[in-house]
Design a protein. Structure first.
Length: 887
């Protein structure tokens, strides 16, 4: 261990920065020394209708649970536990309408979770706390025959509490938790609203870890880390303050030494300091340890720099013995949010304007957590060019924030809409609207306190939304803000994700939630004037919006739909589908989407024809949203951020995603990937202009844009080349596109952005019809703007066949593929899919580009990386013969 730089050191400093958490086997003690936290590792569980309701008896050691179910997991909802116990399989549950075959009635009664564990009591000199972090929705908790908490205390999905169980524990212990059914109209819980059908158990259960913490005579509360640094951050020192409340658990005064150590990822010590204090009997005090870091390593969002992280370790010692210890990871960075002159929110990170390109996250339907899946989701998000993920009421687990810190992904967290969370007198959209009781305010306060403690130190946090569709009343707002301040929260606190109103304390949110949520044409996003009635178009901050697309590929559809259901997609355009939204939602049908598909691309003639056209629609829908919000980031009324609705789904779904539940990328993914490039050139569908986009902080200089417009026959319609300067973190108009008046039916527009060395930075191809989609703005709804005249792309299905050559070569763990169009006509919308020996999709998979259109005689090299997996690439397209390439 090396010392980087130590300031204000007094007393002994422990240089071994080991984790305080432990795991226990069935026979070993859950904890064995002060400062350790042990996770309840698994659960026996049973319905109270079978187990009985005598929790005092059920929480006695030695109770026979051989007839109960067993889940070898530390955290699971009731359905999640059942799946872990082998009672159900999610692939089977999610196929067709099988979810409805589950006995939903079994969840009307409470369920009992039970575990036995041992402790090493150390001659009675230690103290023990039972910590809850998330139980949905309410619970009675018993330990060794004694009640620890009732359903009024332990309430809400995020109600984390620490219960002193010192007087209740023995060497052998039994814990029983009676979990009550949840209802989002009555309980402050997580809920999917209309994102997907709800699970049969409605998420009821111990969904976050329950732990036992062991301490000496003085215990630590949650540790916060505050960072103060001047702009510019690259040349400023940082003041880091480590704080925690410390509690004397004894009936006599205690002298405490509190040592705070800051360390870098390498393990070297960046700063350390010890302070002493005296605590009176049962007294609680705040310990604050300041540190000065002269040359801090700055944390950045991934596209702007590295993600160096520090650890803050706070140790309490009494009579030279460790009494408690806690460790938190943090990063040195700044985040702000402010309203511009248009009352739109503008974020900054480390002093630079940060334009949000993001999407809304959904957890698994059964709230199961997997580190690898979250890592894959973030990796996909970065690959698409996204810099932010929004969590609407789905705050998940501490691992999410730790991994986002490491990945450089910004997180916009907050509470969920359309439920008890927003049951305010000013909210007419909630039904039933059941007013909050005093206990509800206390439950919400506990939730805010716990979530703030979980998130506060993490540099990935961009802000917290106290409401989503509606804003909290003044009493709740004051309580939320006071609670956040008590946690030394430093990131923006925003009233809601909409402009419908605001509480007196916080003022306007600066975010719009005006739709769309269903299909709109590409020109929607560029039709920005007058902004008063242009809803989700590219200006201001769109907190959740999108064309609602995200149709999975056929290979994925087969995993969750019957053949008849798949055929209904194209044969019954107004049909309802289970794998969409809830059964009472306007989004249960694909009517708007299907009408546009048929009117623009031609009525589908088969399932495969329909699926190809959905890929066109989805690609063509996501790309312009991200391009328009990027292109217009420097306008008089700038586009300051966009959150696509949604990033992913809780289960296999036919809409609202950028990749499907099986992590297979399709049209919506690759449209987003093109539209969100770091340096890019985009087409403005309304003004018929090329726009240059720069999201970087350091790329600048001369750029060349090659502009080519050709017909379906490959003949040139217009050709141009312009040279422009690019400026970091700015966008601007580069050129007027000529030749649109000469389009006979459909034409292809290719824009290639190159640097001063001729290196292509972005290649972008559009298909343009002779006539544009006509939007009827005056008849817009909250989810859709009607189209009165549709662009006609029917000629695309009549193109002459292009001859395509594809060759592959290995490049480390990746593969390089060279595509060459050996014909006089364009090769339209070439799709490449990596599969294994059995012909199954390889997921996740990372393509440098996909769904591409080649000019006559054009050659293009692509890369695909799936960590060495995959044996062949399947190739097809609009006017090329299907083929396969062996790797």
């Amino acid at each position: 261990m090396t010392m980087c730089k130590v300031t204000a050191v007094r007393g002994a400093v422990a240089l071994v920065l080991a984790t305080a958490g432990v795991s226990a086997s069935a026979t070993s003690p859950l904890t064995s020394k002060a400062g350790q936290v042990g996770v309840i590792p698994s659960w026996h569980f049973q319905s109270s209708s079978s187990a009985g309701k005598d929790l005092a008896s059920l929480s006695q050691p030695g109770v026979d649970t051989s007839s109960w179910y067993h889940a070898n997991q530390s955290r699971c909802t009731t359905m999640g536990c059942m799946i872990a116990a082998g009672m159900y399989q999610d692939d089977s549950l999610w196929f067709s309408d099988n979810l409805s075959t589950v006995d939903w009635g079994q969840f009307r009664d409470p369920w009992v979770y039970r575990n036995e564990f041992s402790l090493s009591l150390n001659n009675g000199q230690q103290h023990y706390f039972l910590q809850t972090n998330g139980i949905t929705a309410r619970a009675d908790i018993f330990l060794n025959g004694n009640q620890v908490a009732d359903r009024e205390q332990q309430a809400g999905s995020f109600g984390g509490h620490s219960y002193d169980i010192t007087s209740l524990v023995g060497g052998r212990n039994a814990l029983a938790v009676n979990v009550y059914p949840s209802d989002h109209n009555h309980d402050l819980i997580y809920t999917f609203v209309d994102w997907s059908p709800r699970a049969p158990d409605n998420g009821t259960g111990i969904w976050r870890d329950m732990t036992v913490k062991q301490t000496g005579p003085v215990a630590l509360g949650p540790v916060s880390v505050s960072v103060d640094i001047e702009i510019p951050v690259k040349s400023s020192p940082a003041r880091v303050s480590v704080r925690a409340k410390v509690q004397n658990l004894k009936d006599h005064p205690v002298q405490v030494d509190a040592t705070s150590v800051l360390s870098e990822a390498s393990g070297c010590i960046a700063a350390s300091q010890t302070t002493s204090l005296t605590l009176e009997p049962k007294q609680t005090k705040l310990v604050e340890v300041p540190h000065h870091v002269e040359t801090p390593k700055i944390w950045w969002p991934r596209s702007w720099g590295g993600q160096p992280l520090y650890k803050a370790r706070l140790t309490l010692r009494v009579a030279n013995e460790t009494s408690d210890v806690a460790e938190e990871t943090f990063g040195i960075r700044t985040v702000t949010a402010a309203l511009n002159s248009h009352n739109d929110t503008m974020f900054t990170v480390n002093g630079y304007p940060f334009r949000v390109l993001g999407a809304g996250y959904s957890p698994d339907m059964f709230f199961r957590w997997h580190d690898k899946r979250w890592a894959d989701i973030m990796r996909y998000s970065h690959d698409m060019g996204l810099n932010t993920i929004r969590l609407e009421g789905m705050m998940e687990h501490p691992e999410l924030y730790r991994m986002a810190d490491e990945a450089g992904m910004m997180i916009l967290a907050g509470f969920v809409c359309c439920s008890k969370w927003e049951a305010w007198s000013h909210n007419a959209d909630i039904s039933p609207n059941i007013p909050w009781t005093d206990n509800d305010y206390e439950t919400a306060k506990s939730a805010m306190r716990h979530e703030a403690a979980m998130m506060q130190t993490h540099p990935c946090l961009l802000g917290f939304l106290l409401g989503s569709d509606s804003w909290p009343d003044d009493r709740a707002t004051d309580m939320y803000v006071d609670t956040l301040k008590d946690s030394y929260w430093q990131t923006p606190i925003i009233a809601s994700a909409s402009k419908r109103g605001f509480p007196a304390l916080l003022g306007p949110s600066g975010m719009k939630m005006s739709g769309p949520y269903d299909w709109v044409p590409p020109n929607y996003w560029y039709d920005t004037e007058p902004s008063e009635d242009r809803l989700g178009a590219a200006f201001g901050f769109g907190s959740e919006l999108g064309a609602g697309v995200g149709t999975p590929a056929i290979s994925s559809l087969k995993k969750f739909m019957t053949q008849e259901e798949m055929e209904d997609l194209w044969m019954k355009p107004d049909a309802k589908f289970v794998h969409m939204s809830t059964n009472t939602s306007a989004f249960r049908r694909r009517t708007i989407y299907n009408e546009a598909l048929a009117r623009r691309y031609g009525k589908p003639t088969s399932l495969r024809d329909y699926m190809f056209k959905t890929e066109l629609m989805d690609y063509e829908s996501t790309r312009p949203q991200f391009e328009a919000y990027s292109a217009r980031q420097s306008q008089d009324r700038p586009a300051t951020g966009t959150i696509y609705w949604m990033l992913n789904n809780a289960w296999p779904s036919l809409h609202w995603n950028l990749f499907d539940h099986y992590l297979h990328p399709a049209g919506s993914y690759f449209g987003t990937k093109v539209g969100s490039r770091l340096e890019h050139v985009a087409y403005d569908y309304v003004r018929e202009e090329a726009w240059i986009i720069n999201h970087s902080l350091d790329r600048k200089g001369r750029r060349t844009i090659a502009i080519d417009l050709i017909g379906l026959d490959g003949e040139s319609v217009s050709k141009d080349s312009v040279t422009v300067d690019t400026t970091p973190n700015k966008s601007g108009k580069a050129a007027k596109i000529s030749g649109s008046d000469n389009i006979t039916d459909v034409a292809f527009l290719r824009l290639i952005l190159s640097d001063h060395n001729g290196q292509a930075l972005s290649r972008n191809v559009y298909w343009l019809a002779k006539s544009k989609d006509a939007l009827n703005w005056s008849n817009s709804t909250w989810y859709h703007t009607p189209v009165t005249e549709f662009s006609d792309y029917g000629a695309l299905s009549k193109m002459k066949t292009a001859k395509l050559s594809v060759t592959a070569s290995k490049n480390g763990s990746a593969h390089s593929l060279v595509l060459e169009n050996k014909s006089r006509v364009p090769a339209f919308f070439i799709r490449l899919n990596l599969v294994d020996e059995a012909g199954e999709d390889v997921n996740p998979v990372f393509w440098s580009d996909n769904y591409i259109t080649l000019w006559p005689w054009e050659k293009l090299a692509l890369m695909v990386n799936a960590d060495g997996r995959g044996t062949q690439v399947l190739v097809n397209g609009g006017n090329v013969e299907a083929s396969q390439v062996m790797l």
